[in-house]
Design a protein around this ligand. Structure first.
Ligand code: SAH
Ligand code: SF4
Length: 461
């Protein structure tokens, strides 16, 4: 795969989200074709779906939300855990039924399952029309009747300009080889996009009205190009965009100066997602993570010094082959020491082709389940304590999701906390709110000077 784009793709218009609730109403004159994109998994996939959305809209399709209203369904899939494949099988089963009934014409399978060998079996079993991996998404263009984009490196395709917030892919793939992970197999080796190209995309987005830019990559902090490192890029983006965030980082690449930049730059959201996976050095070695728990703790110490009010989240895997009770205790100890604001806790899932799938020494499902609950409880206890400290403060919130039917919207503080509140403000606008109460997963606020002081938390204390 080449890193440089040749002729830029000519696009006739910006993608608009056309998502009518029912059947398409023929928003594209003379075409009448409809497509539905379903996205599974991480933010990289959300972003890839945005790119594919741009292609289908450009090809004259109207976007619909229900399978039964679509001529073409695109399942953009995740392969990280086994149950991800099971979920997709369920959807493929439903699509096969709709096709038999003549309510659907074509199905495309894209994303990480598309890049895995298992996709061949799925293609035959469900008669899928098009299977694409993560490296050749551009082939969808030809499939939907656009000129081929073969020469164009996917990350150079324009993002979704004009939206209030946007992802900007700065690198693809991963050069690590974690024992349990399929990402290097399905996304390939790391390719870093040039700073120039990234900054020009950021400029274009900001000019188009985007107020929040999230830099994206599997190991985003591993970005390096022409003698510059991630922190140089982050600082340049923070000069240009009004609000900046990034995900996902790897502890081995995280430099102290990046942590200090998060704390000191006004436009960077003070939030760090730094997956640790385990608190046991023995397990970290088996997993090939490349750092020890102490080094991770030290990084967190720097982050807490740099951004004392900031939010810290992580990923933890329980029940990796060979994990003993002692290893698990070490993870619980690290959870206490780092006092995370949130975490994604996963039970180990064996993936074909990974080293961990062949290791033996499996952890019994009931043991994994108990460890899962214990880690989760530790995380939630600390998160609740930290969130409670915010009660009474007045915060400036960026509205991420506008009000639902109950009038509840979700905003984000500059420290990266999610705040539920009643407001009619649109996504992308800023409001000021007083934090009224806290739960382990979110804060609950009311607009300053508003009558909505009575917002009851959903199930939180
Ligand atoms: N690039 C990111 C992670 C991508 S996968 C990083 O290195 O942090 C997202 C998370 O899924 C991982 O952090 C890990 O916690 C979890 N995960 C990946 N493979 C898994 C597996 N086989 N079983 C259980 N969890 C897994
Ligand atoms: Fe997977 Fe490890 Fe790469 Fe993350 S760093 S994508 S967990 S191999």
């Amino acid at each position: 795969m080449s890193e440089t784009s040749t002729t830029p793709v000519r696009l006739t218009r910006k993608p608009e989200r056309r998502t009518p609730p029912g059947p398409a109403t023929g928003t594209v004159p003379g075409s009448g074709k409809t497509a539905c994109i379903r996205t599974f998994g991480c933010q990289m996939n959300v972003h890839d779906s945005d790119r594919m959305r741009r292609m289908i809209l450009d090809a004259g399709y109207a976007e619909v939300t229900r399978y039964e209203d679509a001529d073409l369904v695109i399942l953009n899939t995740c392969y990280v855990r086994e149950n991800a494949v099971d979920r997709v099988r369920g959807h493929l089963g439903e699509l096969t039924r709709l096709r038999r009934e003549g309510r659907l014409k074509k199905v495309a399978l894209t994303g990480c399952i598309g890049a895995a060998e298992e996709s061949e079996t799925l293609r035959h079993q469900f008669g899928i029309d098009l299977v694409l991996g993560t490296h050749n998404t551009y082939e969808l263009a030809e499939f939907v009747g656009l000129p081929t984009m073969e020469e164009t490196y996917t990350p150079e395709l324009p993002g979704t300009g004009g939206e209030h917030s946007a992802f900007v892919t700065i690198m693809t793939g991963c050069n690590y080889g974690c024992s349990y992970c399929v990402v290097p197999m399905v996304r390939g080796r790391m390719v870093c996009r040039s700073k120039e190209s990234i900054l020009s995309e950021v400029d274009r987005l900001v000019e188009g009205g985007t107020g929040y830019v999230t830099l994206l990559g599997q190991t985003v902090d591993a970005w390096r190009r022409d003698g510059e490192r991630f922190c140089d890029l982050l600082e340049a983006v923070a000069e240009r965009a009004p609000r900046v965030s990034f995900t996902t980082s790897h502890p081995s690449n995280m430099e102290d100066r990046t942590l200090w930049a998060i704390g000191s730059r006004d436009t960077i959201v003070k939030r760090l997602h730094l997956p640790v996976q385990s608190g046991s050095d023995r397990m970290l070695k088996i997993m090939h993570r490349g750092y020890k728990a102490e080094r991770y703790r030290r990084k967190i110490g720097v982050f807490r010094d740099a951004a004392p009010e900031g939010t810290l989240s992580t990923d933890i895997i329980v029940g990796h082959p060979g994990e003993t009770e002692e290893d698990h205790e070490a993870t619980l100890g690290l959870v206490e020491d780092c006092s995370f604001d949130s975490a994604y806790v996963f039970k180990f899932s064996p993936r074909d082709g990974t080293e961990a799938a062949t290791l033996g020494e499996p952890v019994a499902p009931e043991v994994s389940q108990r460890r899962f609950v214990e880690v989760l409880r530790g995380i939630e206890g600390n998160a609740f304590k930290r969130n409670s400290r915010k009660v009474g403060s007045v915060e400036e919130l960026y509205v991420r999701h506008g009000a639902n039917e109950d009038g509840r919207a979700i905003g984000e503080t500059w420290t990266g906390h999610a705040v539920h509140l009643k407001t009619e403000a649109n996504p992308g606008e800023y409001v000021r709110a007083t934090i009224e109460s806290a739960g382990p997963h979110a804060l609950y606020g009311s607009l300053c000077g508003s009558p909505y002081g009575d917002l009851a938390p959903y199930g939180d204390v």
